[in-house]
Design a protein around this ligand. Structure first.
Ligand SMILES: [Zn+2]
Length: 215
């Protein structure tokens, strides 16, 4: 069983190029892979561009960076489904820069169980106060126990929501009903569905991703 998680997005919705969630068979020398294939140096912006990673079944499972996607392609672990017009040159070949790649062998993605944390709750709720519906910077949001702790409310995905300080004060030690407040939506655990929505946000400028993300 793998503890790795298929998402590669940080709390601000930016992709994390080093997340490295896609397993590489024979990954005895990840460090040397770039050298081996003569890829351009790190830190060029093109090599940091996001690439959508699909499972063998075309299900989107991850976002990685061009540099890592190129390594997967060159190792024969994945194939390019969509490419940019730009090329990168290794010592011997020119390669089209991938936009979407697909793993050749199916990989089982375990049901996600993200850590329950303030960061992940805010990410799930898109930094939106679940009572007034306004978007706030993380620093101006707190977590509200929908059913207050004093009334037996638990700290769980289903009972914690992002909440601005104003609404939190207003609600106090009451249930939303008692305070005359209404939840924007029913709080749920962070799921693969949520990850997919984040992939959409990241990829909204790249038309090539659309058909895989069911826009
Ligand atoms: Zn509010």
């Amino acid at each position: 069983m793998s503890a790795r998680r298929p998402e590669a997005v940080d709390p601000r919705g930016r992709y994390v190029p080093e997340a490295g969630n896609v397993p590489v068979p024979n990954a005895s020398g990840n460090v040397g892979a770039r050298h081996l294939h003569g890829l351009p140096p790190r830190r060029t912006s093109l090599m940091q561009e996001p690439v959508l990673v699909l499972n063998a079944t075309y299900e989107p499972i991850n976002v990685t960076a061009v540099r890592r996607a190129m390594v997967l392609l060159l190792k024969g672990v994945a194939q390019a489904e969509e490419v940019h017009n730009a090329e990168v040159h290794s010592s011997t070949h020119a390669h089209k820069v991938p936009s979407v790649i697909r793993l050749l062998a199916y990989r089982h993605i375990p049901q996600q169980s993200r850590a329950l944390s303030r960061k992940n709750i805010l990410l799930r709720d898109r930094n939106t106060c679940q009572f007034c519906g306004k978007v706030f910077p993380s620093s101006e949001l707190t977590l509200d126990h929908v059913l207050p702790r004093s009334r037996g409310g638990r700290s769980s995905w289903e009972n914690l929501v992002a909440c601005c300080y104003r609404c939190n004060n207003n609600k106090g030690d009451r249930t939303p009903e008692e305070a005359g407040l209404k939840l924007a939506r029913k709080p749920r655990p962070f799921t693969l569905h949520t990850s997919r929505q984040l992939m959409r946000l990241i990829g909204h400028r790249d038309e090539r991703w659309r058909k895989y993300l069911f826009y």
